[in-house]
Design a protein around this ligand. Sequence first.
Ligand code: 5GP
Ligand code: ZN
Length: 162
Amino acid sequence: MGSRTAAVNNGTVFKTAARRGAMDERCIFCSIAAGRAPASIVYQDSKALAFMDICPVNPGHVLVVPREHAPFLADLSPDSGAEIFKLGMKIASAIRRTDIKCEAVNLILADGEAAGQEVFHVHLHVVPRYQGDNFSMSSHRRIVPTREELSSLSARISRSLK
Ligand code: 5GP
Ligand code: ZN
């Protein structure tokens, strides 16, 4: 697989090993998956986890992340790809069963910087949508919830998982 350019979420760009499955010590999503960084976890199992986006486009915005560290889709095993899509579908259904405002859902995966990828560990966005929400993936218009608000949303979605 060789070396690929990757970034951490503070925008620092550097070379990192892109070995499939190798945990990257500098990767924020690997840290969350390992329980070393805080997150409002909706669901986790041996293959993948789902947690609240810290800077959501709408309340209830969830990230679905494989445990396997892969910067890009091309680095990800098909099994992990299938797992995150299956979990994304479950999370979308769960959000719809909550009282979170959700008339529709976007599943979004940015694969590469030009596609808007900022965290270089593959992840699927599950974004609740409603008419007039002025949706935009650009970070400047995003709301900044407290950890308590994120954890409350996380608990509500978790409880409605089937
Ligand atoms: P991308 O632009 O790479 O598709 O999306 C990365 C997402 O990760 C962004 O929506 C951003 O808000 C979210 N994010 C970045 N750092 C953290 C973090 O430390 N914790 C959580 N929960 N989300 C993060
Ligand atoms: Zn990672």
